[in-house]
Structure formats: C-alpha cells, structure tokens
Write a protein that binds this ligand. Structure first.
Ligand SMILES: Cc1cc2nc3c(=O)[nH]c(=O)nc-3n(C[C@H](O)[C@H](O)[C@H](O)COP(=O)(O)OP(=O)(O)OC[C@H]3O[C@@H](n4cnc5c(N)ncnc54)[C@H](O)[C@@H]3O)c2cc1C
Length: 357
C-alpha cells in the first residue's frame, strides 16, 4: 500500500519498483520489456491499483501504462519503441500525454499546436494544458497538427523528449482533488524534434488518439471499481460501530438499503467492464461499451462518494478519512479522458441516432 500526499520526488522511484516487477508493461510486447499478456491482465492490475488510498498515484501509473503508450506500442517504429517504450515499461522514463489545450479539451479536433516540417525535423509551437505527470515527465506523447488538411486527418502523435530547448513547464495547476498528481501547463517555443519521432503514419494522429482513449477509459473504470468497493466496505465498518438513536447508523434501513443498492450498481459496472474487455481481447471494437462504462463509472462515483460521505456525518467532511478524498478525487472521472457528454455523443453515434456529418 502506498500512502502519500506528494508525488513528485517519489514518482520515478515508484515507477522503477513497478517497472522492475513487470507491472508497467503487462500487455506490451516482450521485446520491449512487456509481459506479452492480454488486456484482461492490465485490467486486473488497474483494479489492484485501486487499493492505493488516493486517486493521484494510480492515475500517474495509468498515464504511463494505458494513456500515453498504447499508440506507440501498437503503431510506433521499432526505433521509437526502443527509445521510448522500453525505458517507460522498465520504469526508467516517465511518460505524459499531451492532447488537451487551453482552448481544446472535449473537441480534440480543434487543437492549435503545430508541428511544421523543416528538413528532417518538425518545429513545434503551441502549448498543452492539464498534462498529468507533466512537471516530471521525460517524454510526451504529443498530438499536434502536422498539416493544414481536414481536422481529423491533419494530426500526428509525436514522441517529444521534455528536455528539449523550447519546452517550458509554465505551472503546476492547483486542483480540488487528485492533489497528489502533478498537472501541468506546458508551452512549446520552436521545439525541434526529428521527423522519425512520429508514431506510425503522419496524419493519423487523431485516429490513433481515439483508439488510445479506449484503453485510457477502460483503465479508469477498472481502477475506480476497486475504490468504490473499498469506500462501501469502509462505510459499512464505520457505520456499524457508530451509534445514533441507540443503534448503529448501519442498522437504519435507509442506510443499509442504499449501500446494497450502490454495491449492485458497482457489480453491474464490473460486468460492463469485463464485457468490453472480452470484446477487446478478441480484437473487436469496444468503443461503445468503453464509453458506456466510462459514463456510468463517472456518474456512479459521484453518487457513491456523496451518499457514503453523508453516512460518515461530520467525519465525512474532514480530511482524515478516505471517503472525503474519494469524493474530491473521483469527481475528475466525469470530466477527464472525455467528459460524460462526450461519452454520450460517442454512444449516440454508435446507436446511429443522428444524421452523419
Ligand atoms: C486533473 C486533470 C488531469 C488531466 N490530464 C490530462 C492529460 O494527462 N492529458 C490531456 O491531454 N488532458 C488531460 N486532462 C484534460 C481533460 O481530458 C479535459 O479536461 C476534458 O477532456 C474536458 O475538456 P475541457 O476541460 O477543455 O472542457 P471543455 O471542452 O471546455 O468542456 C466543458 C464541458 O462541456 C460539456 N460538454 C462537452 N461536450 C459536450 C457536448 N457535446 N454537449 C454538451 N455539453 C458538452 C462537458 O460537461 C464538459 O465538461 C486532464 C484534466 C484534468 C482536470
């Protein structure tokens, strides 16, 4: 169990320990230090990481394993994988994902960061916002516009070393939750990176990122499921020993019925996650189920955090208990990695309800 408030000096140490034990490349190729297992094993690891008593540390690990690296692993050249994927899996390099910008979050296609080809290099200008692990990352999986073409076909994912001249970490953002995770605003001022650092085909970045998001979303669901189990259990334990009106808080029907209902919802979500995972392992598109699971997870986490916190009374409003931390940390789930409304938009598209654009 890792109990910590401040991640910065610890992140590379934690990653080295996890990397040496094989946990940072569970479903990645063996040639690049991975374990070569199928995605269900990654889901199992994400579930286990939910036992860490905060949201920020697991999220930092998830960025490394399931958010910044899936596209590189799937589409990157051997040379890029040797330079970036292998040390990331070994825990020697910290990765971050640079998609969102100040003016573009939900609408990824409207990002403004540009990578202009000059000889065999790209010159990058622009900036990224909300970059998790951003103040300490060794490299970024960067989404940038590499041409003037249509917005879904003019972008590329680029492996960008963070120590290059012109990469400026402007600030660490103060947040209501996930406070043990560093979230950075970053600017690029004429940053030069070799063209060979493009992941896969130039112009395919938007598509690759949409695929990469699916692993991010499943990871986030798996991780929060265990946290939700734990919050319910701790709430049962606390309310069983806390007496009001001469009996435990738990024995009031409105309390134990609500906890039973929440646990039922958690189990439904678990089934959805496992269904999506099973589809994915067989090579099928699980975008619709992953979007549904992410939507449901964000909403359930909000309901569960709020209901359980209530049953702790004043104690729930202190910083001393896990439930209050969960209440703050888990709020991100309905926003990050695609907000609830973005998930609904994807689900609608898959249900074929609206005219095609
Ligand atoms: C702590 C934290 C960590 C993050 N880490 C990363 C990271 O590592 N890398 C990265 O690239 N990004 C990261 N993000 C960014 C995150 O993915 C974005 O915040 C998210 O996609 C929403 O974008 P936005 O904040 O620009 O909100 P906006 O795009 O401004 O959206 C605002 C709100 O509009 C609503 N909305 C969206 N679409 C619709 C619609 N179609 N119809 C109706 N309403 C809609 C939603 O409620 C949404 O919350 C992180 C964010 C946070 C807060």
């Amino acid at each position: 169990e890792i109990h910590t408030c401040h991640i910065s000096p610890l992140l590379s140490l934690i990653f080295k320990i996890l990397g040496s034990a094989g946990f940072l490349g569970v479903n990645r190729p063996v040639e690049y230090g991975g374990l070569g297992l199928d995605y269900s094993y990654s889901v199992a690891v994400a579930e286990e990481l939910g036992n860490i008593r905060c949201g920020g540390i697991p999220m930092a690990i998830g960025v490394q394993t399931d958010m910044a690296t899936p596209a590189l692993s799937r589409f990157g050249s051997d040379e890029l994988k040797t330079e970036f994927l292998l040390p990331t899996i070994m825990g020697d390099k910290v990765a971050c994902l640079g998609v969102s910008e100040v003016g573009a979050g939900s609408d990824v296609s409207s990002i403004l960061t540009k990578a202009v080809k000059k000889g065999d290099e790209y010159v990058i200008n622009g900036g990224k916002m909300w970059t998790t692990n951003g103040t300490q990352a060794d490299w970024m999986c960067l989404l940038a516009n590499t041409s003037e073409g249509p917005p879904h076909r003019n972008k590329s994912l680029i492996c960008l070393p963070m120590n290059l001249p012109g990469v400026h970490i402007a600030r660490k953002i103060d947040k209501i939750g996930m406070r043990s995770s560093d979230t950075a605003e970053i600017f690029f001022d004429d940053v030069r990176v070799p063209c060979k650092n493009v992941i896969g085909q130039e112009g395919m970045g938007f598509t690759y990122q949409m695929l990469q998001f699916q692993e991010e979303r499943l990871w986030a669901v798996a991780n929060i499921l265990t946290m939700m189990d734990n919050i319910i259990q701790e709430t049962i334990d606390y309310t069983r020993q806390r007496k009001i009106f001469k009996m435990p808080v738990l024995y009031h029907q409105s309390v134990h019925f609500k906890l039973a209902e929440l646990q039922t919802e958690v189990e439904l979500l678990r089934s959805l996650l496992y269904n999506a995972t099973a589809l994915y392992i067989k090579g099928n598109d699980m975008t619709k189920l992953a979007s549904m699971a992410k939507l449901k997870a964000g909403r359930l986490a909000r309901e569960l955090g709020d209901s359980c916190l209530q049953f702790w009374g004043g104690m729930g409003f202190t910083s001393d208990v896990l439930v209050s931390r969960f209440y703050r940390d888990s709020r991100l789930l309905s926003i990050g990695g695609g907000a609830d409304e973005v998930m609904l938009g994807i689900i609608c598209k898959y249900m074929d309800m609206l005219p095609k654009k």
